[in-house]
Design a protein around this ligand. Structure first.
Ligand SMILES: Cc1cc2nc3c(=O)[nH]c(=O)nc-3n(C[C@H](O)[C@H](O)[C@H](O)COP(=O)(O)OP(=O)(O)OC[C@H]3O[C@@H](n4cnc5c(N)ncnc54)[C@H](O)[C@@H]3O)c2cc1C
Length: 395
């Protein structure tokens, strides 16, 4: 029996809208409050939705949102900078394939589905404080509900409110860039994403005759804020990236050269938090990057955000509030922190200095072959959520 019948969801990124849909399914009325004024249609960059993210969406009959946007990504082909193919990492055949989606299209799809289900998203509502069951916004307005859900991303205000000592995001030693450009004239990769451990940086690309998407992770010792990275200018970064990938046997330079500066998505410092100690306090609880921010290298941030949103709704459906929050944390913490650790190891391979790189290049072929054929890779994808089965309280 649930103790909650209303929810305020802070953040209209990925976790927030999915939580609102899942809560509605659980019989809890939710409203989403997003800081930005307009829908995030202009937000750039691509991300992969893993089979487990799709399975979680399917649990609330929303996987069609993913089907309508993006392209299938059947596997990731890992390469060394010499052009050597190290491994092909696919997903288990019984699961839906990974999908590469453009963030703006994903947001649009989610928002349309949320609207279709009659759920409200209020824009221009930046949360500044929580007082008991009341969320207060910068414009002077407030909203009250039985539970307040912090889905406000890696720089979560809600996290800081429930635990002022919560750790700050940790810099991974990598800066992120990406773009969408034309694919004509380049060898198509079809439905496979190619990932290159370059001589000086890491490069990912997928090319079809219609279009190409690429991203780069550039080792950079000093952390830089997004504003500092952007201040250098897209043109200068494109020049730098073309130079960084000059020795690598892959189409990195060709793709960078055909990217116009206004199309470059500058993400800036890639960050994570290995463990957020406090996930809930009183009526307030965290989901998505607010609770478990993993670096982009996991390819799992969005999928884990979706999983957590759905699992939290299940727990609130079946248990009184405090028991629901405890059960939610028990269901989620170990899994998400394991994935954050996996991404951390990938980041140190990507950011390897000249000496470590020699060792990495020697060991990588064996490591990749082992990974491709092992549970060490597949376990993260095979994570069904049985929406209909009741959640039991923590003993
Ligand atoms: C470059 C890059 C590449 C990535 N690639 C992948 C990938 O391939 N696969 C993958 O799964 N993940 C990827 N990720 C991670 C993924 O984007 C995140 O894990 C995911 O967006 C988390 O969703 P979320 O809803 O928790 O947070 P977000 O998507 O960050 O949404 C948080 C929302 O809260 C709003 N907000 C913030 N503060 C407030 C406030 N005070 N009041 C109200 N609203 C507020 C924000 O405006 C935002 O809309 C990538 C991330 C980056 C940066």
């Amino acid at each position: 029996m649930s103790g909650a019948s209303t929810a305020v969801v802070i953040g209209g990124g990925i976790a927030g809208p999915v939580a609102a849909m899942a809560l509605q399914r659980a019989g809890i009325e939710a409203t989403v409050f997003e800081a930005y004024d307009a829908r995030a249609d202009g937000v750039g960059g691509a991300l992969s939705i893993a089979p487990n993210g799709r399975t979680a969406l399917a649990a609330i009959d929303a996987d069609h949102v993913i089907e309508r946007v993006g392209t299938p990504m059947a596997a990731m082909v890992m390469q060394s900078w010499t052009g050597k193919r190290l491994a092909e990492l696919g997903t288990p055949a019984h699961l839906p394939p990974m999908r590469l989606v453009w963030r703006a299209e994903l947001y649009r799809g989610l928002y349309d589905e949320v609207a279709r289900r009659g759920i409200r998203i209020e824009h221009g509502k930046r949360l500044t404080a929580v007082d008991g069951n009341e969320a207060r916004f910068a414009d002077g307005s407030s909203a009250t509900a039985d539970v307040i859900i912090g889905a406000d991303g890696i720089r979560s205000t809600v996290r800081r409110i429930i635990d002022p000592a919560a750790p700050a995001p940790r810099y991974t030693g990598l800066l992120g860039f990406g773009a969408r450009t034309g694919g004509a004239g380049l060898a198509a990769t079809g439905d496979k994403m190619h990932m290159v451990f370059g001589k000086r940086a890491f490069f990912g690309y997928q090319i079809t005759p219609a279009e190409a998407g690429w991203f780069a992770n550039l080792p950079h010792r000093e952390p830089m804020s997004a504003a500092e990275v952007r201040a250098i200018g897209a043109e200068a970064w494109l020049e730098r990236l073309a130079d960084v990938f000059r020795d690598d046997r892959c189409p990195a330079v060709a793709l960078i050269r055909r990217t116009s500066p206004e199309d470059l998505v500058i993400t800036g410092a890639m960050e994570d938090i290995p463990s957020v100690p406090t996930w809930h306090r009183g009526p307030v609880v965290l989901i998505g990057d607010a609770a478990h921010p993993t670096s982009p290298s996991s390819g799992q941030g969005a999928s884990l955000a979706i999983e957590s949103a759905v699992q939290l709704a299940r727990c609130l459906r079946d248990l009184p509030r405090d028991e629901a929050f405890a059960a939610y944390e028990r269901l989620r913490r170990e899994r998400v922190e394991r994935i954050i650790r996996m991404a951390e190891r990938t980041n140190s391979d990507k950011a390897a200095g000249p000496v470590a790189r020699v060792l990495r290049d020697l060991l990588m072929p064996v490591a990749m072959r082992l990974l491709a054929n092992s549970e060490k890779w597949a376990w993260q994808f095979d994570h069904p959520i049985d929406w209909n089965s009741p959640v039991r309280p923590v003993a």
